[in-house]
Design a protein around this ligand. Structure first.
Ligand code: ZN
Length: 428
């Protein structure tokens, strides 16, 4: 399944109709959830049937296409089944004993996720009916249900022209800070045939550089968030000022509690401006991660990286902004995607001591964060990040059991020199 996304060009009343559809979808989802909570033994099919009941009962629910109602109910069911899954995991007897069991239990308990009612849905999903693409150009889409969204223009470069209408399984309307979008879920397998390159690569991600590979190449860290932080802060200040100055002399604290009070239009302008800026930063980060990952996967057969738990790292408050900003999670996601697409091997290795051990003799060489070079007694001197990238690559090749399969076209630059000859057998 691939997703093609277009921005929508339309009239104000059409956007209002889309909002209405999103709200109805949310209503159906929440009602379905309520129905499940109030009645014992309700299953997925009961929820689907319940959609028709809702449509009879509420006029506005009837306006939404029946498949869109159903997929809203399916969303509710997705939340419910996730909850069941988590409950099952919690009862799993295969967990380790003693105090550790209690701590893992607590962890899982926290993550049980009893389904919640949604308040701020941003999208609604149609299946195979309720919409129609313009036959000839496919540059317009018409929504045919009673919601009166009507015909809107699709703006975007990715051409849906190539796909048959039967291949489009889902159409989703999405609201973002800068407008409305339509996404087409298309059922095809996109795998590209790539010539093998005979190269494997180890990547060490870091804050100084986005990544360093085992050949010593470093990729700059783009720091998108840092670059627009000033602007974001300014927008944030404008927002908070609007909060603290309520009309008719109420104190600021009262104002925050009283959510019924309407905010000024300037407040909402500032809110939208800030959301747009955040959206911009996250898009830049995503694009950058995608571009790099594609490049790495195209020019290597095996990509090894650390299995970093970014969530845990972000708890370090001094570094959290930089870590979030780097976008490693996105990068990894795209590496795995392109690896799959190009038929390459991607390996995540446990990150223990990858920055400490010597890549040549595997002795532990303790160093602090500020030490930038790795220098071992065995004579191996390398930049710190490159040393860990080499180690990561070695770990990865050992775990996949692909040692010796890879035909190395030429000896990698770091393998030249006496310091590595003792370990040469794992390379050829
Ligand atoms: Zn050494």
């Amino acid at each position: 399944m691939i997703v093609l996304e277009y921005k929508i060009k339309g009239k104000q009343h059409q956007f209002q109709a889309i909002d209405e559809a999103i709200r109805t979808g949310q209503f159906v989802r929440n009602k379905a959830l309520r129905y499940w909570m109030d009645n014992q033994g309700v299953n997925k099919y009961d929820l689907n049937k319940y959609c028709a009941v809702l449509a009879k009962k509420f006029d506005f629910a009837d306006k939404l296409n029946s498949t869109a109602r159903q997929s809203s109910a399916e969303r509710a069911w997705a939340g419910i089944s996730r909850f069941f899954e988590n409950c099952k995991k919690r009862r799993d007897p295969a967990s380790p004993s003693g105090a550790r069991e209690r701590s893992t239990r607590q962890q899982i308990k926290r993550k049980k996720c009893y389904p919640k009612f949604k308040k701020y849905s941003r999208s609604v999903e149609y299946k195979k009916s309720g919409w129609k693409l313009d036959e000839s150009t496919k540059k317009h889409i018409t929504f045919t249900d009673k919601n009166k969204i009507g015909r809107v223009k699709l703006v975007g470069s990715r051409d849906i022209y190539f796909y048959q209408p039967e291949q489009i399984k889902r159409v989703r309307l999405v609201r973002r800070a800068d407008g409305y979008y339509v996404q087409f879920g298309i059922a095809i397998e996109v795998k590209e045939d790539m010539q093998p390159t005979g190269r494997a690569i180890g990547l060490d991600v870091g804050l100084q550089f986005f990544y360093t590979d085992n050949f010593g190449y470093t990729e700059e860290n783009p720091r998108f968030y840092r670059k627009s932080e000033k602007r974001l802060n300014r927008l944030g200040r404008r927002l908070s000022r609007k909060y603290r100055n309520p009309n008719k002399g109420k104190s600021g604290k009262l104002m925050v509690k009283n959510s019924q009070q309407r905010q000024s239009s300037n407040y909402h302008k500032a809110r939208v401006a800030k959301a747009k800026q955040h959206l911009r930063v996250s898009r830049q980060r995503e694009e950058h991660a995608k571009k790099l990952a594609r490049c790495v996967c195209a020019s290597n057969d095996c990509i090894v990286y650390e299995d970093l738990k970014v969530k845990n790292l972000v708890r370090n408050r001094k570094l959290s902004k930089s870590i979030n900003d780097a976008g490693w999670t996105q990068f990894r996601k795209w590496v795995e995607y392109f690896g799959w697409k190009f038929g390459k091997i991607t390996v995540a290795v446990p990150p223990h001591f990858t920055s400490q051990d010597c890549p040549a003799c595997e002795k532990r060489v303790k160093k602090s964060l500020s030490t930038r070079t790795h220098a071992c007694d065995c004579g191996c001197v390398l930049p710190r990040d490159q040393a860990s990238a080499i180690l990561i690559l070695k770990k990865g090749l050992n775990t996949v059991g692909h040692t010796g399969i890879y035909a190395w076209g030429d000896t990698p630059s770091w393998a030249v020199g006496a310091s590595l000859s003792s370990n040469g057998e794992s390379l050829n």
